[in-house]
Design a protein around this ligand. Structure first.
Ligand SMILES: Cc1cc2nc3c(=O)[nH]c(=O)nc-3n(C[C@H](O)[C@H](O)[C@H](O)COP(=O)(O)OP(=O)(O)OC[C@H]3O[C@@H](n4cnc5c(N)ncnc54)[C@H](O)[C@@H]3O)c2cc1C
Ligand code: SF4
Ligand code: SF4
Length: 471
């Protein structure tokens, strides 16, 4: 094949896949893999973003233009083990992509039929496994913590909700306030799956009581975007609570499709160190001495701060483990690959984000056994700041000032992953492993906060581990 023929093929392939048109195709000829490894590729990716914004077909009006064969986007995600499990691809292509549990216990997309051009383009532009672009909005912009307008600590004024929440119940209180103030008709969120108590399912909460039932962190996979098409078809307005990667996917889609932006006027998230597999949950049950067939209910934490991982058996008895033993001793060892190279554990795409605001030891564990819960609350957008002010005025949350300079000590896991990422990604690129394309995520600035020796150690460690991981 001549070089000209090769370029023509790439051109045609991209136009068919993306539906972006000729201009977008020109840009991507420099960057067929979105590898982000060199200047031409970075330019190509930026150009794709620009053209995508101009020519994005609305999901609700897109014609199903024919596309044959397996999804190039999903193939790339699978090749790099880059899936975060958000479910967006299944939500964009209902009946053609389903989310199925795969070993060692992560939901992954399975394509069962051809995708249309717009469906493939939607996945290519919004899948967090392929990349993430951060808007440079907000009054403050800290390289480690992203854009924000306000950062405070706070808690739910409802004492029961404060107790039930993972931290101070602020995230649930804000979501409940969105319902009572009629800003949204429902809240899309995660709760325990009654059929599989260590697992998760997605629910629509329509009352503050339903939001409260779902309070607490669940350190297990969730795919809250799987039923996206149904939410859009309902014509209702939802607040969405998801992991930062779920929110990045939804925000990317919202920026391109006004129908999605209308359906999801508010996006809420939490800091996220990573999602462990179902195998991790099983190991936790084994450590607690709980036979899976006798499990009736399971909480990973909450009901106190930080609260204990608590299994309730069918005979009503309970077994529990403290946060340190449950997360650090078991679950943290079962986190998926995408989380280890995540540039956004702090929800930069959300309007409001909550996290733990405890005084921590060097590994990030709280310096106390139990205390009244306190959430860190980050308003990233003007809308987020407005909602926070209204929720406080309405008596839903109470807040206190917080100094962003204290955050790096409270969140050592997030801090170190951000600082290490530039070196980790460079090593994976050198090994020709696909990595997500991160734009506007300040990774160079974060790496500069590390001594050169530590960056080199991260680089070498990633190469060593890449040899032991399957390609
Ligand atoms: C996998 C995971 C990793 C985390 N890592 C960190 C971290 O590194 N640093 C940190 O400070 N905090 C982390 N958190 C968040 C923290 O545990 C609290 O959720 C956060 O502090 C907010 O507390 P809150 O009391 O305000 O929220 P709550 O009022 O308890 O509300 C929590 C909300 O999160 C939703 N939710 C729970 N689990 C999931 C899930 N798996 N997927 C999607 N939605 C879910 C619930 O539906 C609920 O709406 C993590 C949480 C999870 C689930
Ligand atoms: S990260 Fe989300 S959109 Fe991308 S492949 Fe996985 S489930 Fe699909
Ligand atoms: S660490 Fe990143 S990729 Fe992993 S679940 Fe959390 S937000 Fe998603």
């Amino acid at each position: 094949m001549t070089r000209r023929q090769g370029t023509g093929l790439l051109w045609g392939k991209f136009r068919r896949l993306s539906g972006f048109g000729q201009a977008g195709a020109v840009a991507v000829v420099t960057c067929s893999q979105r590898c982000g490894a060199h200047w031409a590729c970075q330019l190509g990716c930026l150009a794709v973003e620009l053209f995508a914004k101009q020519e994005w077909p609305s999901m609700t009006s897109a014609k199903n233009t024919p596309f044959t064969g397996p999804s190039a986007a999903l193939l790339r995600v699978a090749k790099g083990d880059l899936c975060a499990g958000c479910g967006l691809c299944a939500g964009l292509a209902p009946g053609r992509i389903t989310m199925e549990m795969t070993p060692p216990g992560f939901p992954r997309p399975v394509q069962t039929a051809d995708l249309s051009g717009p469906q493939e383009a939607g996945i290519t532009a919004s899948c967090p496994g392929l990349g993430q672009t951060s808007a440079r909005a907000g009054e403050g912009r800290d390289p480690l913590w992203g854009p924000y307008r306000q950062m405070v600590t706070g808690w739910a004024r409802d004492e029961n909700l404060r107790f039930a929440g993972a931290s101070g119940g602020a995230l649930s209180a804000l979501a409940a306030h969105l319902l009572t103030s009629a800003r949204v008709d429902g809240v899309i969120q995660i709760e325990a799956d009654p059929a599989n108590p260590t697992g998760n399912r997605t629910r629509i909460s329509e009352t503050p009581e339903q939001v409260a039932q779902a309070a607490g962190s669940r350190y297990a996979p969730s795919s809250p975007l799987t039923d996206l098409a149904d939410y859009l078809a309902s014509g209702r307005r939802y607040a969405f609570i998801g992991k930062p990667c779920d929110c990045a996917a939804l925000r990317a889609l919202s920026l391109r499709d006004p129908a999605v932006a209308r359906a999801f006027p508010v996006i809420l998230s939490f800091f996220c160190a990573g999602v462990p597999s179902a195998t991790g949950a099983q190991e936790l049950l084994d450590k607690m001495g709980v036979p899976a067939d006798q499990l009736a209910a399971f909480r990973y934490r909450g009901n106190g701060w930080p609260g204990r991982a608590t299994a309730t058996l069918q005979d009503g008895s309970t077994r529990d483990l403290d946060y340190h033993a449950a997360w650090g001793g078991v679950l943290a060892h079962h986190v998926q690959h995408r989380c280890k190279i995540c540039a956004d554990g702090t929800g930069v795409a959300a309007d409001l984000v909550c996290a733990d605001a405890w005084q921590a030891d060097a590994k990030g564990y709280p310096l106390f056994d139990e205390a009244p819960g306190v959430s860190l609350i980050v308003a990233r957008t003007r809308l987020g700041a407005e909602i926070l002010a209204q929720a406080e005025a309405a008596g839903a949350v109470q807040t206190q000032p917080f100094d962003v300079a204290d955050l790096a000590a409270i969140q050592p896991g997030q801090r170190e992953r951000r600082r290490a990422l530039f070196a980790r990604l460079a090593a994976l690129r050198l090994m020709a492993r696909p990595v997500p394309v991160y734009v506007g995520m300040d990774l160079r600035a974060c790496a500069r906060q590390n001594p050169i020796a530590r960056n080199l150690r991260n680089f070498a460690g990633t190469i060593r581990r890449a040899f032991t991981r399957p390609k």
